[in-house]
Each structure stands twice: as C-alpha cells, then as structure tokens.
Design a protein around this ligand. Structure first.
Ligand SMILES: [Zn+2]
Length: 194
C-alpha cells in the first residue's frame, strides 16, 4: 500500500509545482518589515530522488528582503523538503515508516535505492521519535488526527491515514502538504513545557 513512492519525474514535477504555489503565496505577503521579497533560492540538492530531476526542480525555493537594514531570508513551506534534511520529505517519511513495518529486507532495498546509509536512517528515527512529537505543529495537528494517529506509531500511522485508499500521487501530495509547516524555520522549534 505505502510500500512505494509514485515513480517517475511527473510526481516530482507535481510536488515542485505545489512548492512554487507555496512560494508565490509567501512572496505576495512580503517581508514582515514591509519590504519586498526577491528570489534567493538555496542551492540545496535533494538526495533520495529515484529519478534524475531537472536542475531547477532541485533547489529549495527561498527569498530575501530587499530593504536595507533588514535583508531577512524567508523560506516558504515545502512539500519536497522535510525540515533541515537534504533528503526529500517523501523518502524520509517512507523509510521511517518502513522501520516500523515488518520487512527489514524492504528497508535495505529502499535505503539502497535512495542512497541513505544506516546512520542517516538512524537520524531520521531520532527525528520521528524525539523531535517530531515535541513540535508545536504536532501538538496542534494531533487534535485533528486523534484517534487515528498515535504519535508512537508516527510516521507509519500518518502514511496509513493518508494513503489508505490507494498509493497515488495525489494522496502523497496531501500528506506532504499537511506536513509542510514543519519544513519552515521555527516549524521544528521544540517547546519546553514546564
Ligand atoms: Zn524585511
């Protein structure tokens, strides 16, 4: 069911188109200081794509304020990148979920396919188990998803909840869009509750 990503360049182009929409929305809002935003994309090449992407689709879309004294960088949410990770969000999700599933062989295949080594996968587990549950995003989101999703079973339960009907590009896009708020600065901020 969730055992594979939609393959082919079309899916990744589709996600890139969503990122462009998200970026355009952010650009129109402008900088909080009132300045205008200019494109200042990060030359970050995502790893974990099963297909060779055209160069423009690999960058993280980003802006810079044009006002002297501000020059703030603003990075809109993304359905392709997850948090500070260089790997594409879908891959971080999928391999994280496979760790909770029954098939170690599958994980080996996936990690080979996407070029993630054992240490990288271990970091993703730390992300899902320790950091993700502490984010303000999850604290709000879990109210929407309960009782469907228990944090102990994230990210497997997220995939199951969103991809329950068919493993289709649209479902993946919905899930990644849902998670997009954690891809921006502050989205992964950890709240320390007293
Ligand atoms: Zn500004």
């Amino acid at each position: 069911m969730y055992h594979h990503l939609p393959d082919g360049a079309n899916f990744w182009s589709f996600l890139f188109a969503i990122d462009q929409d998200l970026a355009e929305t952010a650009r129109k809002q402008g900088c909080p200081c009132g300045g205008r935003l200019h494109r200042a994309n990060s030359p970050r090449k995502p790893r974990g794509t099963p297909v060779q992407l055209p160069e423009p689709e690999r960058v993280r879309l980003s802006f810079c304020c044009d006002r002297d004294g501000c020059r703030k960088r603003l990075t809109p949410p993304s359905v392709r990148f997850l948090g500070p990770k260089v790997y594409l969000g879908a891959v971080v999700l999928l391999i994280g979920a496979m760790r909770q599933g029954p098939s170690p062989r599958r994980i080996r295949e996936l990690s080979q396919l996407f070029g993630a080594d054992r240490r990288t996968i271990a970091r993703w587990q730390v992300f899902w188990r320790q950091h993700f549950p502490q984010t303000p995003f999850w604290k709000r989101a879990r109210a929407l998803l309960a009782p469907v999703v228990d944090v102990a079973t994230v990210p497997l339960a997220l995939l199951t909840a969103f991809l329950s009907h068919r493993s289709h590009g649209e479902d993946w896009a919905r899930l990644l869009r849902f998670l997009a708020p954690i891809t921006i600065a502050g989205g992964l901020r950890i709240e320390v509750s007293s």
